[in-house]
Design a protein around this ligand. Structure first.
Ligand code: NAP
Length: 293
């Protein structure tokens, strides 16, 4: 398939924030200065779930004006399965030849009756799953530099990247209009600074394995923002905020306890995809700013 679209791959996109991110991207207004030429690959552990999700999105919605030309494809992908990850990369390589945005959204908050079991699952999906996706997609993202992003990114400038430490040097920033990006769905629950603050409303929330897996993602994002930044790939950790999704089992119960609407969380991801948070590269980005680590 030959295309100049921005190719966006979202893991765990059959429901929750992943699906809503696809929905917002495909329904946001297009304009002559910011046309929406996206192709979104919705991946899911179950192909039929991904296909069903796409059926809820097509045709792309949107206000009158220049058309939002978003298209979709479905892919089966369990991020803990290296063969499935490899198959996904082969598909993207064959169909498009490059990738502009990798949204590492797939996540779990397990409660299996023991910290060790919870840790194995949370680290396996949330952390190792993200690591595997990024590693496998790195070359595709490199090929996404300067391709398919024209006009999709906000026009403010981003700060130069720096390498810290011995031999520190100022690096040439990638063009923000074309910079490929990796987005890790993290959480303020993974901030060690926030977790140690007795005034934080979630101070006593005992989802230790989940919190540790998100802390690991935060370190990953910091490291990769430096390492992959040298290759022109921008890396972000994103906290969507506490949202009423099925993550903790029951969206309605979460809403009754005060969780926010899921669209607001997906909007933070969309803002990063579309370049409105480029000044926060390498940080833990949330709706109202950036979190301390
Ligand atoms: N909701 C919140 O309050 C909140 C707050 C902070 C961060 N986050 C993060 O946001 C992300 C999305 O969460 P959500 O709230 O949208 O939860 P969700 O509705 O439960 O969605 C999670 C998605 O991840 C998928 N998934 C789970 N294990 C997977 C695996 N091994 N391989 C591929 N996909 C897998 C799920 O697929 P199945 O449908 O097949 O299970 C589902 O599509 C997660 O990383 C979560 O930690 C959420």
């Amino acid at each position: 398939m030959s295309t100049s679209k921005s190719i966006i791959l979202i893991t765990g996109a059959n429901t929750g924030l992943g699906l809503l991110t696809a929905k917002l991207l495909s329904s946001s207004p297009s304009s002559s200065t910011s046309p929406k030429h996206y192709h979104i690959i919705l991946t899911s552990r179950s192909l039929s779930s991904a296909e069903h999700a796409i059926a809820t999105l097509t045709p792309p919605l949107g206000p009158p004006g220049p058309p939002n030309t978003t298209t979709f494809s479905a892919l089966e992908l369990d991020v803990t399965n290296p063969e499935a990850v490899e198959r996904a990369v082969t598909y993207v390589e064959r169909e498009f030849g490059y990738l502009n945005v990798l949204v590492n959204n797939a996540g779990v908050s397990p409660k299996l009756g023991g910290l060790r079991k919870d840790a194995e699952v949370a680290m396996g999906v949330n952390f190792v799953g993200g690591v595997g996706m990024t590693e496998a997609c790195r070359e595709l993202l490199r090929k996404g530099r300067g391709v398919g992003r024209e006009g999709t990114i906000a026009s403010h400038s981003i700060p130069p990247f720096f390498v810290v430490g011995k031999g520190a040097q100022k690096l040439t920033p990638p063009s923000h209009r074309t910079a490929p990006r990796i987005i890790y769905l993290s959480s303020g629950l993974g901030s060690i600074a926030i977790a140690s603050d007795p005034t934080d409303p979630f101070y006593n929330l005992d989802v230790t394995a989940y919190r540790a897996s998100k802390a690991a993602i935060n370190m990953l994002a910091v490291q990769q923002a430096k390492i992959l930044g040298k290759e022109g790939i921008m890396v972000f950790a994103v906290d969507p905020g506490w949202r009423a999704t099925g993550l903790s089992g029951d969206a309605a119960a979460a809403k009754a306890r005060g969780a926010g609407d899921p669209e607001g969380g997906a909007q933070v991801v969309v803002d990063v995809v579309e370049g409105r948070r480029d000044a926060d590269v390498g940080k833990l980005v949330h709706e109202g700013g950036v979190h301390p680590w």
